[in-house]
Design a protein around this ligand. Structure first.
Ligand code: ARG
Length: 356
């Protein structure tokens, strides 16, 4: 409230504080004005110490859906969110805010960590088909009645949405709401690798916290940074673990770590990601540009008298760190509010733990 008034000067702070105190006395909570909600959501992004993409925090579009709390309406609105955020490939940063937690009545919850996630299917002989990260939520979806999808490495999971006063329920995402990109290399034939990834990273498990009010269902998205896909999702050994397959495709000697085959495979995989998103007309950032933009953000904020918090190990890209300017400095890392919070329960829900 005070921050909102200090930065945006919406009117009489003392009067608004009195109003809020009265509302809290009467109901145990208070409702944000639409402007407070928009400001709070944007500042929550500004305060996200792990996010390198914060230069555009003011451009976050906010959908005020606080009147929605039942599973079906939330799921439908998530589909609309994806359609609007995708913008045919011109990704728009967007947040949809559903009903808050209130005393005695929790708001809705989206169990998936992101609106679009690929299933992890345990293989009969051991190992995983798909994304091992999502084994838990995949098992939960099956317990709730999901058929398991077509059985490819990239089966889009249904949403698991828990409405107010309800248990979690399944909702399929219509195929036309999920834009995906085939990952192909600019100068080699990678079709046999069969790689793809989705266009929009929409985090749905984090709680938006503004002025003491918690919005547990508030999915938000920006656009991808190529390395999230090429250096982590497709490359990490506990995710798709594709460096050996990529190295084989490139004809590299994988017998000796000192041949740097992993490093070379990483670079080519990341080239393929950027090339493929570009070719498909889907917004994607590269780590060099995004690093420069982040430091522009730090400078701009400092000029306004605000220090930018950052978590070094998240801000520095997972490849070529020292070739980007964000590597060569330190940052304060205090957690500010408003903010996006991932609590232990949400983490457990996204692993499919608890219930059923
Ligand atoms: N790292 C996550 C992923 O690969 C997405 C996190 C948010 N990323 C973003 N560009 N807004 O799916």
């Amino acid at each position: 409230m005070r921050l909102h008034h200090a930065e945006e000067r919406p009117g009489d702070l003392a009067a608004r504080l009195r109003e809020v105190r009265d509302e809290i006395d009467a109901t145990g909570t208070y409702r944000h004005t639409p402007r407070e909600l928009v400001f709070g959501a944007r500042v929550a992004w500004r305060n996200s110490n792990r996010c390198i993409g914060r230069l555009y925090w003011r451009s976050l579009a906010v959908r005020d859906l606080r009147y929605l709390g039942d599973a079906e309406s939330v799921a439908d609105a998530c589909v609309d969110h994806l359609r609007h955020a995708t913008g045919g490939g011109r990704i728009r940063p967007l947040i949809s805010v559903f009903a808050p937690d209130t005393p005695g009545r929790p708001g809705p919850r989206i169990w998936n960590e992101q609106l679009v996630r690929y299933a992890g299917h345990p293989r009969p002989g051991g190992g995983v088909l798909g994304d091992p990260r999502n084994l838990g939520i995949t098992a939960l979806a099956r317990r709730l009645g999901w058929s398991g999808g077509p059985g490819t490495p990239f089966d889009v999971l249904p949403l698991v949405v828990q409405g107010r006063d309800d248990k979690p329920r399944l909702f399929d995402l219509p195929a036309d709401a999920v834009l995906e990109v085939d990952i192909l290399h600019p100068d080699d034939d990678w079709t046999s690798l069969g790689l793809r990834w989705h266009a929009v990273p929409a985090l749905s498990g984090m709680c938006l916290e503004i002025g003491g009010v918690r919005y547990p269902a508030a999915p938000f998205n920006g656009w991808y940074l190529g390395t999230e896909i090429g250096a982590r999702n497709l490359a990490d050994t506990d995710r798709y673990d594709l460096l050996p397959a990529v190295a084989a495709r490139l004809g590299l000697d994988t017998g000796d770590d000192r041949s740097l085959w992993k490093d070379r495979a990483l670079v080519e995989l990341n080239r393929a990601v950027l090339h493929s998103y570009d070719r498909a007309g889907v917004t994607v950032a590269d780590h060099h540009t995004e690093s420069r933009r982040f430091l522009a953000h730090v400078d701009r904020e400092q000029a306004r008298g605000r220090a930018v918090g950052a978590d070094w190990s998240w801000i520095v890209p997972p490849i070529s760190g020292s070739a980007t300017p964000v590597f060569h400095r330190t940052y304060p890392s205090t957690a500010e509010r408003p903010g996006f919070v991932l609590d232990a329960e949400a983490r457990a829900r996204a692993r499919g733990a608890g219930l059923v």
